[in-house]
Design a protein around this ligand. Structure first.
Ligand SMILES: Nc1ncnc2c1ncn2[C@@H]1O[C@H](COP(=O)(O)OP(=O)(O)OP(=O)(O)O)[C@@H](O)[C@H]1O
Ligand SMILES: [Mg+2]
Length: 245
C-alpha cells in the first residue's frame, strides 16, 4: 500500500448542544500524526458526537477543527480525506464485497485499472480475497466489519475514524479484529481515532486514551498514565468498574 503523509488533528474548544442538552463542552484535544487514540467514557458522554463532528457529519456550535494546520470545521464530509466506520453504517446489501470496497472509488471516478488494483490490495490486506463476489448476507459479522473497514480505507483516507467498529461481535472475532487493527496500524500508521466500550481493547491498542465524562474531557494520557494516575475519582471508578466487568 502506498505510504502517505498522515495528518495531525487539533480539536479546539468544540461545544455542541442538542436543544438544551450540552453534549460537548469546550473540548480541546490534539491528535498526533499517525497515532492511535481511543475515546472512552460512559454511554451518553459524547464520544460519537465528537467523532461525527470530526468526520463532518455534524457541525459544532462553536470551536474549530484543524487538520494539518488548516481549519476544516466547515469543510464538507467528502473533502475531508477521512475514512469512517460507524456501527450503523451498513454495507450495501445489493453490492458484492468487491463492489462495496470500490464504492468510494466509483464516486471519485477513479480509473478501472487503478480501482481494480486498489480493491485487490485491500481484499488481501483484509483477508477477504477468497470471496470477493459474495454479498453481505453471505458473510459472517467479522467479515462484514472487515469489508466496512476496507471500504473506509479504499479512498486512502489520511484519518480513520471508528465508532465501536467491533461491537456486537463475539469475543473471539473481536480479538482477531483487534490484532488485525494493530497489525494494520503497524504497517500504515494511519492517524486513527476509535470509540470503544471495551476497556481492554482501548488499553491494548491505543497510544493515548481520552476519557469523556458528560461532554467534558476528564483525562488524556497513555494507557499507563490513566491506569496509574487517574485524574479524578470519576476516571478511577470508571476504569476500575470496566476492568472488572
Ligand atoms: N441528534 C441528537 N439529538 C438529540 N440528542 C442527541 C443527538 N445525538 C446525541 N444526542 C445526545 O447527546 C449525548 C451524547 O451522545 P453520544 O451519541 O455522543 O454519546 P456516546 O458517548 O457515543 O454514547 P454511547 O456510548 O451510548 O454510544 C447523549 O445524551 C445523546 O442522547
Ligand atoms: Mg456512541
Amino acid at each position: 500500500m502506498r505510504r502517505t503523509i498522515f495528518m495531525s488533528i487539533l480539536i479546539e474548544n468544540i461545544s455542541k448542544k442538542f436543544d438544551s442538552f450540552q453534549a460537548l463542552h469546550q473540548v480541546n484535544l490534539e491528535i498526533k500524526n499517525g497515532s492511535l487514540v481511543a475515546l472512552v467514557g460512559p454511554s451518553g458522554s459524547g464520544k460519537s458526537t465528537l467523532l461525527r463532528i470530526l468526520a463532518g457529519l455534524d457541525k459544532p456550535d462553536s470551536g474549530r477543527i484543524w487538520v494539518d494546520g488548516e481549519n476544516t470545521t466547515h469543510v464538507p464530509l467528502q473533502n475531508r480525506e477521512m475514512g469512517f466506520v460507524f456501527q450503523n453504517y451498513a454495507l450495501f446489501p445489493h453490492l458484492t464485497v468487491s463492489q462495496n470496497i470500490a464504492f468510494g472509488l466509483d464516486i471519485r471516478k477513479v480509473s478501472s485499472e487503478k480501482k481494480q488494483q486498489r480493491v485487490n490490495e485491500l481484499l488481501q490486506l483484509m483477508q477477504l480475497d477468497t470471496f470477493p463476489d459474495r454479498y453481505p448476507h453471505q458473510l459472517s459479522g467479522g467479515q462484514r466489519q472487515r469489508v466496512a473497514l476496507a471500504r473506509a480505507l479504499a479512498v486512502e483516507p489520511k484519518v480513520l475514524l471508528l465508532d465501536e467498529p467491533f461491537a456486537a461481535l463475539d469475543a473471539k472475532i473481536r480479538k482477531q479484529l483487534r490484532n488485525w487493527l494493530r497489525h494494520l496500524h503497524h504497517h500504515i500508521s494511519l492517524t486513527t481515532v476509535f470509540v470503544t466500550h471495551d476497556h481492554m481493547e482501548a488499553f491494548e491498542l491505543a497510544h493515548e486514551i481520552v476519557v469523556l465524562e458528560k461532554g467534558v474531557i476528564a483525562q488524556i494520557g497513555t494507557p499507563q498514565e490513566v491506569i496509574d494516575h487517574p485524574a479524578n475519582s470519576f476516571v478511577e471508578s470508571f476504569l476500575d468498574k470496566k476492568t472488572h466487568e
